[in-house]
Design a protein around this ligand. Structure first.
Ligand SMILES: Nc1ncnc2c1ncn2[C@@H]1O[C@H](COP(=O)(O)OP(=O)(O)OP(=O)(O)O)[C@@H](O)[C@H]1O
Length: 371
């Protein structure tokens, strides 16, 4: 864990401190995102942690040790650091860049070589193709990946990441974010992540510290709670529009109470024991309790036919995915299954609304008739 305690940093010649009396804990294994407008002290605070900048007053504890009492070089070898401009050494190969800290730590060359290949694979680059290239022979996104691999070099418990995906186009940025979250799910590093971008903060952060000018943290909480209850007008404005949609994309269906609508079995449909009334749709489950389709009435009054389901939602999908599916399929409900593909329930607009506690503004939207 990182503990910042009453931290103040005043730069010489500046009338106001860049960071003032900042107290904040970064829990072990979490990503804490510093977000806020330009010049509000995010980078200064981050650089205080690995002593690239010395505090004017206050303390920083790393797993209970006061970092101001640790030799800065030794400290930095224990903390991975990656920045927007990647800071790769242009005249060193990818492998040599990644090996920077392991070499300083005196690792044997075989161990270093294995580690380099392992890290290249981790960040999605084939070692055979990339280890001997130079940074200028890589795309911007690939350089950022090498920056991340280098920061992970000696397997530090703590990572400081200053706008690590800042220089990347939106599409590549999103895939780097996703890959980094996938890596972090396994590695559980303690990470301080700086960004200007509120959407990136919401996506990447287990917690977000919203900074205001002068290094003041206005709100420090989970993305869900910051979106649901912004501390003041500054935070509300900083979050911008669309907070309800942002909350939808933060809510996995595994965390939603999905109403279980009544169903009919495929066997009963096949044997003609159940039928759908005109205008009625009934969800049909196969012998394994998996959705097989909707039973719709036949115009001629027959038992009806099973219309296959175009798409199902799983536990990793979010309320945003559910709404997106409903809009794109022009449907008022979406069928949800568990990790094994078995029926969990059916989501409609009312369920989505109540999951994020949004009151209906007008008459309730017509929903699929419950059977
Ligand atoms: N070396 C320095 N000397 C004097 N003032 C500095 C120095 N570095 C930063 N500052 C000032 O300290 C304040 C905080 O800067 P900092 O870089 O920490 O902000 P930031 O929130 O990271 O900004 P950005 O998002 O633009 O990177 C700014 O007013 C900046 O001008």
């Amino acid at each position: 864990m990182i503990r910042l305690e009453n931290l103040t940093k005043s730069y010489p010649g500046q009338s106001e401190p860049a960071v003032r009396e900042l107290t904040l804990d970064v829990p072990a294994g979490e990503i804490v995102v510093f977000v806020g407008p330009s010049g509000c002290g995010k980078t200064t605070t981050m650089k205080l942690v690995n002593r690239l900048i010395e505090p004017t007053s206050g303390r920083i504890h790393l797993d209970g040790t006061d970092v101001t009492e640790v030799n800065p070089d030794l400290l930095r070898r224990k903390i991975g650091y990656t920045i927007q401009q990647t800071g790769l050494f242009p005249h060193r190969t990818v492998a040599d860049n990644i090996a920077t800290v392991p070499k300083m730590l005196g690792w044997k060359s075989r161990r270093i070589s294995e580690r380099v290949d392992e890290l290249l694979r981790l960040v999605g680059l084939d070692p055979a193709l990339y280890r001997d290239r130079y940074p200028k022979q890589l795309s911007g996104g690939q350089q950022q990946r090498i920056g991340v691999a280098r920061a992970l070099g000696a397997d530090p418990d703590v990572m400081l990441m200053d706008e690590p995906f800042g220089a990347i186009d939106p599409l590549n940025r999103e895939s780097l974010q996703n890959e980094f979250l996938r890596i972090q799910a396994d590695l559980r590093k303690t990470i301080v992540f700086v960004t200007h971008d509120v959407d990136e903060a919401i996506k990447m952060g287990d917690r977000i510290a919203v900074f205001r000018q002068g290094g003041e943290v206005v709100q420090y909480d989970t993305p869900e709670r910051i979106l649901a209850e912004p501390a003041d007008e500054f935070v509300r404005e900083f979050l911008g529009s669309g907070t309800s949609v942002k909350r939808l994309s933060l809510t996995p269906l595994s965390a939603v109470d999905v109403p279980r609508w009544s169903t009919v079995s495929e066997g009963d449909v096949d044997s003609g024991e159940v039928a759908a009334a005109p205008g009625e749709f009934r969800l049909v489950l196969d012998g394994d309790d998996k959705p097989a389709g909707w039973l719709s009435a036949c115009p001629d009054g027959g038992p009806g036919e099973i219309v296959p389901l175009i798409s199902l939602l799983g536990p990793d999908d979010t309320l945003f995915d559910a709404l997106d599916q409903m809009l794109s399929l022009n449907s008022s409900a979406a069928t949800v299954v568990d990790a094994d593909g078995r029926y969990r329930g059916v989501l409609d607009l009312d369920t989505i609304r109540s999951a994020i506690n949004v009151e209906p503004r007008s008459a309730p939207v017509e929903t699929l008739q419950e059977v």
